[in-house]
Design a protein around this ligand. Structure first.
Ligand code: GLU
Length: 423
């Protein structure tokens, strides 16, 4: 491997620094963004079903609160660590600023492979983690949501644990809840839907016909799976998709409905999917296959110096957080392959989280049409803000998005008196 060991927080800092300099900021103007405001490491003892005691490690990092309460998901993953949580928290601050919703950024992780735990063990893990981070969270303080390997059900457990401690029901403490207990219609699909909105907008601006494009999607989780489904249902050709076990490819388009139905049974994985004309390819082959639109929708650090030279897509839409390393970004820039960055492309989830929080505060429920219409309006406005900034500064869309975000966060910080005036 030519690259030094990937650290997502260093990756975030490199992009932050570059974009702040492009904006003409001095270090003291954006220094606060280089450090999370708060980092909490917790130990989570769990009694396993066999009676054994295991202690897991978890984190909640609050990056910035200049623009409002902290906001960001909770991830369960065996490779999670503090630096990942710090990077993801910073990306949430930037994401909320790009789409201009009144939040700061946070993220939580538990270092665990949830596939190895029973449902009862997962409930105990989630409840104990919630108790550990309880002093930090709340509807006016910090509002968690789903992320990799967590979902509405997990949010229900967090909401219940928090409410037990408060002595009354507090639905607004988390978003992405099941609809029956205060969740918003359209939230589960929102990130994937947002990804398709910015994809179409990019193609329109590039003068390309979305109906004639081919799409390759890395990851068939909530985000990749929903994006694939929306594209497929509107007649687009999705030629490759993958999950943790491998990838499948069909030149004239996969049957996404059939694949989604197959994967709905959690015992199945793509490695075992068989259908006429479908071949099995590796993750690397998916990322470098001949397609028009490449949508990485899995984890960080997937497009790297090792494969960026070989990518054949016309555009990359970052549905995951941080899928492209700084080194890969330079290569793609040089090769003229545009990247619609994560903090814009995947912001649909947190936008509908915001709608959910607003509905909870008002004890109201919107209908799907209102959710999707308002989501589209916000995503298109953000796209336009980013594009205008990128044109003004003659930069990539990533730099444009960061400059929009940093500008808004730093302005908010200044208007509140700034850290310097507190000395
Ligand atoms: N985990 C999602 C993200 O990375 C959603 C966060 C939220 O809704 O707060 O954007």
């Amino acid at each position: 491997m030519s690259e030094k060991k990937y650290n997502p927080y260093d990756n975030m800092l490199a992009v932050l620094k570059q974009s702040a300099e492009m904006l003409g900021l001095k270090y003291e103007d954006y220094a606060t963004l280089c450090y999370p405001e708060r980092e909490l490491i917790v130990s989570i003892p769990v009694k396993m079903d066999n009676g054994e005691m295991k202690v897991f490690e978890g984190y909640r990092v609050q990056h910035n609160s200049s623009r409002g309460p902290y906001k960001g998901g909770i991830r369960f993953h065996q490779d999670s660590n503090l630096d990942e949580a710090k990077a993801l928290a910073a990306w949430m601050s930037f994401k909320c600023a790009v789409v201009n919703i009144p939040y700061g950024g946070a993220k939580g992780c538990i270092k665990v492979d949830p596939r190895e735990l029973s449902r009862d063990e997962l409930i105990r893990l989630t409840r104990r983690y919630t108790m550990r981070i309880l002093p930090l969270i709340g509807p006016d303080q910090d509002i968690p949501a789903p992320d990799v390997n967590t979902n509405g059900e997990v949010m229900g457990w967090i909401m219940d644990t928090y409410s037990m401690f408060k002595g009354h029901s507090v639905p607004g403490v988390v978003t992405g809840k099941p609809i029956e207990i205060g969740g918003s219609i359209g939230r589960t699909e929102a990130t994937g839907r947002g990804v398709t909105i910015v994809t179409y907008e990019y193609l329109k601006h590039a003068g390309l016909d979305a109906d004639k494009m081919t799409y390759a999607i890395q990851g068939m989780g909530n985000v990749g799976g929903t994006a694939a489904k929306i594209l497929y249902e509107s007649g687009k050709k999705v030629i490759a998709v993958s999950d943790w076990s491998g990838a499948v490819y069909k030149e004239d388009g996969l049957n996404i409905d059939e694949i989604a139905a197959f994967l709905a049974d959690k015992k199945n994985c793509l490695k075992n999917y068989q259908a006429d004309g479908v071949s099995h390819i590796t993750n690397d082959e998916l990322l470098t296959c001949k397609c028009d639109v490449l949508i990485p929708a899995a984890l960080e650090n997937q497009i790297t110096a090792d494969n960026a030279e070989r990518i054949q897509a016309r555009v990359i839409i970052e549905a995951a957080n941080g899928p492209t390393s700084v080194e890969a970004d330079e290569i793609l820039n040089r090769r003229g392959i545009p990247v619609v960055p994560d903090i814009l492309a995947n912001a649909g989830g947190v936008v509908v989280s915001y709608f959910e929080w607003v509905q909870n505060i008002q004890s109201m429920a919107w209908d799907l049409d209102e959710v999707n219409r308002t989501l589209e309006k916000i995503m298109l406005k953000a796209y336009n803000d980013v594009e205008t900034m990128a044109k003004d500064k003659n930069s990539s869309m990533r730099m444009g998005a960061y400059m929009v975000a940093i500008n808004r966060i730093c302005t908010a910080g200044r208007l509140r008196g700034g850290p310097i005036s507190m000395a």
